[in-house]
Ligand binder design. Structure first.
Ligand code: UDP
Length: 235
């Protein structure tokens, strides 16, 4: 398999073509952005950690019955994945209030929800990834009603798997964002990454934040927090 030209460069990853029309290579970067691009920086070692964490988690998620784009890890910063067209939806699950929901609705950070709360954002930088509902997504033809139902089911199942997985490692999964794609055969599968960039992780005992909020909020010890999360996932 041969790595060919770069197709796309996002904020945290680059995507490359390969000589196989069903496979892409994803390369993870150390670059970090927050606050709709207002804050930019790098987190040393982040690309390696996020690639490794996603490469551990995705095969387990697949085993738990949720199809994913992941094929194999190729190098410290690269992985081979199935070609998908990303649905322009950020799918966010919240088990506990934090971040934008606390700011927008005045729910104090740390308030636990009785059941997981699912949100969709329209993935579009020009409009700053606005919050939308199912009807908006269907009206805008971002996905069909059936695809949204499927995404909801897969995401709720994923949340149950991830909550248990992290709880066993002393981590409270506060919230996370995932993205789905459609493969060359029309299947909706989990894509993107699962990492401290895309999840909020709080230590169950101390409440310490072990995720990108350390970068967003200038809390310090960012690299250490990412390392600590990888260590827990590897155990
Ligand atoms: N998130 C993400 N990418 C985004 C927006 C959010 O990965 O573009 C993740 C974020 O890390 C958190 C969850 O989704 O785990 C909910 O984020 P929230 O809406 O609270 O946004 P924020 O506080 O980051 O503005």
């Amino acid at each position: 398999m041969q790595k060919l030209e770069q197709l796309y460069e996002g904020k945290a990853k680059k995507v490359f073509k390969t000589d196989n029309p069903d496979e892409f290579i994803i390369e993870y970067k150390d670059d970090a952005t927050a606050g709709d691009g207002a804050k930019k920086g790098t987190i040393a070692g982040k690309g390696v950690i996020n690639n490794e964490m996603t490469s551990i988690l995705f095969p387990m998620i697949e085993k738990a019955g949720i199809p994913t784009h992941f094929i194999e890890k190729l190098s410290p910063t690269e992985q081979l994945v199935k070609v998908v067209t990303i649905l322009p939806l950020e799918v966010i699950v919240r088990n506990t209030a934090a971040g934008s929901i606390s700011q927008r609705l005045g729910i104090p950070e740390g308030t636990k929800f009785d059941e997981p709360t699912l949100e969709f954002s329209y993935k579009n930088d020009d409009y700053h990834d606005p919050l939308i509902n199912d009807d908006h997504a269907v009206a805008m033809k971002l996905a069909t009603r059936e695809e949204i139902a499927q995404v909801r089911d897969m995401t709720m199942k994923l949340n149950e798997f991830l909550k248990d997985f992290f709880a066993q490692r002393g981590v409270d999964l506060i919230d996370f964002k995932v993205e789905y794609g459609k493969d060359n055969y029309g299947n909706i599968i989990l894509a993107d990454e699962i990492s401290p960039d895309t999840c909020r992780f709080w230590d169950i005992e101390t409440g310490e934040k072990l995720d990108k909020d350390r970068f967003r909020r200038d809390l310090g010890n960012i690299e250490e927090a990412y390392q600590e999360m990888l260590k827990r996932v590897e155990n």
